[in-house]
Structures are given as C-alpha cells and as structure tokens.
Design a protein around this ligand. Structure first.
Ligand code: BGP
Length: 477
C-alpha cells in the first residue's frame, strides 16, 4: 500500500440521474421527462430520440424509464448501501418535471419537493454530501410541446424559477450544484440536451447554438442566484469529455482533432472563462450561425463563471481529416474511429485509463479551476452465479486503472475534488434504454423487458470500492 495522492476530504461517491433511476414517472404529480417518451433500443429508441414529434405520437410497448429501478420508493435502502461503501458524496439530479410538471407552472409541486427533502435527509444521516445536477436530460416535455424547448428564450426564466425554488428549499443541505449535465450533448442529441427538435429547420446548427446560448446564459444566471442565496454554494459546469486523438501524425488529422475538442470546450470556455472563445467567431461565420444575443447577456456570462469544472469520462476519441477513413467510425453519440491500441467494452466504448489523465491535464491546463470527475465507468453484462454472487472483475480492473490515472493526474498538479462513478447502482442506460448495460457496484434484479424483483445485491466491486474509499485511494488491490 503506497501513500495516497488523493487529498483529505476527497469526495468519493457515485452518480445517478433522476430520469434513469427514479421511475414513478407520473406519481405524486410528476410531468413527463424526455426519456419517458422513449422505448427500448429494439423498439427504436434512437429513432425516437432523434424524432421526438414522432415519439410523442407513437405508443410503444415498453418504456424503460417509467418504473426504472424504482429509486423513488427504494432510496432509503439504496442510500444505506452507498453509506455502507463509505460514500462521501452522492451525485443525483432533481427531476425538473417532478417539481414543475409543465415547466411553466406558477407554483411548484410540493409532493415532488418533499421527495428530495427525504432523499437529502437520508444523505445527511450518513454524512453523505449531495452533488446535484439541476438539469440532467430532463427539460419537461410540456416545455417542448408548448415552447419548442430551449430554442425558446423563455426557458431561461422557467429554469431560473426552478433554480430559485430548489436553491431556497435545499439551502444548507446541498452545496454542490451543476447547472446542466453534459451541456455539449445538445449538439449530438438535442432532444436529450435541450428538449428541442431540429428536424426540418433550415439551419439546424444555428438552432442548436441558439438553444445553447440560452442554456449558457441560464447557467450563468443560476450561478449568480446560487451564490446570492447561499455564498457557500459551489456551482459547476459539466462536459461530456474525452480527449480526441489524431488518427495519424498528418497535420491535417491533428488539426481535425483540435477542432473536435473545441466543439466541447466551446461550452466550458464560456462557462469557466466567461466569454465566447475567439475561434467561435469564425466557426459561426462559416456555418452561417447568427445568434440572437440580448443586451446584458455577455455581461452575465462574464461576471458569473463557474466555481469548478465537472465532466464525464468514458473514453478517448479518435478522428481523421480524411472522409474515407472516417467512414469506419463507431460509438453511439460521439463518432470515433477504433484505436488499435485500446480494447473496447461490449458496447464498443474504448477503454483508455491514460486518456483520463490526459483529459484531466488538458482541462486543468485550460481552466485552472478545480475539477470533478462526476461520471466514469464500464457498462457491462453481469452474470449472477448460482450462489447469488456477481464476480465483476472486469469492472474492478477498469476502475482500478482509472483511479490510478486520476492519482497520477493529481500528482501532475491537477486539483481534483471528487470522483462519482456513473450508475453506482444499476440503472437504465440513457443511450440504449437497456438494463443489461450495467455500471453498478450494486446489482438490480431487472431485465431489458422490465421483468425482475427489483431486489438489490452487492457485486464483488462493492467491497473493492469500499476498500478504495476507506484507504482514500491508496489500496487499489
Ligand atoms: C452520459 C450520461 C448519463 C449516462 C452515461 C452512460 O452521457 O450523462 O446519463 O447514461 O452517459 O451512457 P449509457 O447510459 O448510454 O451507457
């Protein structure tokens, strides 16, 4: 056992999101979330996510999010298990349509607020610090239907109203906030990211960046509000990260890789530095993107930058400037070439622990703000043995190497405040809607068709992670 590179008070924990774990999709007055309209992958989840108007009109046989893993009723048991692992933090999201079922309601739904009162009280009981994502792919469907989602500037006010309610209600209980999950996702899955549909738009890119502008302004205003309501609040942005490598040393490939990374950094440049990056001017011009920026917007962005930079990291990416080479891309949301130096998960996500160190260094060099790894993990099929045990050594291997590289990055000088691996308890996959793509330390008995007892059980990785936390990252064996 070596000396731990992890600082004292490091926020070891795990992460989930309301729309993928709560279930109870209409209970106690909740409105619909985008994922509540989406079926399983077999029934056309991707198509539905890319064509939400059609999804609204279609009745599918099975909706994985409607019951999900029923965290809504089982949170006590789940949080007790997190506490048993020694969690110092728990990242969750507050379902916007649970608090404002229509998004534009005059008053919040008290029953929804009470649910999170109970969840935070449970966390407090074990000394677990909640880390809250305000909008994790959860713009109310009613806002999409009535206003077109974040295309519409009105969403800024609805979002701030939601923020005002939750900042006041949970003051003193929640200190760590994130304004939008994977804010760059709006470019790739606009319905998830912004409750918007760009089909049929003359210039879809312009619409996406306009919606992004609204979110960026909303994020800065929320940061201002959070600080006013409680100066203790720490507000972060959140990026779907993963450094892009160049396919070859041809400078054209290197340039393309830089451009690909800028696509994501664009958002964090605004949120962490406070202004639109210099390169965006040319990008907007060449793509005929003319943003409507109102008086005062740029000042708000400038004066209310985030306190920390959070991100998800599953994999590095690989790109080329050659369209012929790029025909071979795979991966779901972020197209990437297969890197011959890396192995991949059963879902084709390439496993690159050193890529995490590279990504952390790149982000820290760029922003010089504390970092928070709020998602990371291996989606894999688990087998329950006859004796009930689940020997997920592949997950332990994945996590061990990633934790090791995080330690290296800390030694490199990166200021890292915490680590909340994704899906610490098995939950519904955002991308595929499957249950069998499992990330958890805790197994949930439920399959892709929604069958199973929903009983929880510990995997081998449960005890491994417990030991990691106990030793503050020095015992990774
Ligand atoms: C991120 C999302 C999460 C989560 C994760 C894993 O993009 O923020 O919500 O789902 O990816 O992806 P998947 O569920 O598709 O395996």
């Amino acid at each position: 056992m070596t000396k731990s590179p992890f600082p004292e008070g490091f926020l070891w924990g795990g992460a989930v999101a309301a729309n993928q774990c709560e279930g109870a999709y209409l209970e106690d007055g909740k409105g619909l979330s985008p994922v509540d309209l989406l079926p399983s992958v077999e029934e056309g989840r991707w198509e539905a996510a890319r064509n939400p108007k059609k999804a609204l009109e279609t009745t599918y046989n099975y909706y994985p999010s409607h019951e999900s893993i029923d965290f809504y009723h089982r949170y006590k048991e789940d949080i007790a298990l997190f506490a048993e692992m020694g969690f110092k933090s728990f990242r969750l999201s507050i379902s916007w349509p649970r608090i404002f079922p229509n998004g534009d309601d005059a008053t919040p739904n008290e029953a929804g607020l009470e649910f999170y009162d109970r969840v935070f009280a449970e966390c407090a009981k074990y000394g677990i610090e909640p880390v809250v994502t305000i909008n994790h792919f959860d713009t109310p469907v009613e806002l999409f239907k009535k206003y077109g989602g974040w295309k519409n500037r009105k969403c800024i006010d609805f979002y701030l109203n939601f923020c005002d309610v939750i900042f006041k209600r949970y003051k003193g209980q929640v200190k760590y906030w994130m304004t939008f999950n994977e804010i760059n996702m709006i470019l790739h899955l606009p319905f998830f990211g912004g409750g918007i549909d760009v089909n049929g738009e003359a210039n879809p890119e312009e619409v996406k960046y306009q919606a992004a502008h609204h979110q960026l302004v909303a994020s800065a205003m929320a940061t201002k509000l959070a600080h006013e309501i409680d100066p203790e609040n720490q507000v972060g942005c959140m990026l779907a990260a993963g450094t892009t490598y160049a396919f070859s040393c041809d400078p054209k490939d290197v340039w393309r890789a830089l451009e690909a990374d800028r696509e994501g950094y664009f958002f964090i440049d605004v949120q962490a530095r406070g202004y639109y990056p210099s390169y965006s001017k040319r990008f907007f011009k060449e793509n005929n993107i003319n943003l409507v920026i109102e008086d005062g917007d740029l000042d708000v962005l400038k004066n209310h930058t985030v306190d920390y930079v959070a991100f998800s990291y599953y994999s590095s990416r690989l790109t080329s400037a050659d369209p012929e080479v790029m025909k071979e891309t795979e991966g779901n949301v972020f197209a990437t070439l297969r890197n011959p130096n890396l192995e991949a998960s059963e879902w084709g996500w390439q496993i690159d622990p050193l890529g995490l160190r590279i990504t952390m260094n790149a982000i820290y060099d760029r922003y010089q703000k504390p970092l928070f790894v709020v998602e990371n993990g291996l989606g894999a099929v688990d087998t329950v043995e006859a004796d009930g045990s689940i020997n997920d050594d592949y997950r332990i291997d994945y996590m061990r190497e990633h934790v090791r590289e995080m330690g290296e990055a800390i030694e490199d000088g990166v200021d890292l405040i915490g680590y909340t691996p994704w899906g610490c308890i098995d939950l519904v996959s955002a991308g595929s809607g499957e249950m069998k793509k499992r990330y958890g330390f805790i197994y949930v008995d439920r399959d892709n068709e929604g069958k199973g007892t929903l009983d929880r059980s510990k995997k081998k990785s449960f005890d491994w992670y417990k030991k990691v936390i106990e030793s503050n990252g020095s015992d990774l064996a």
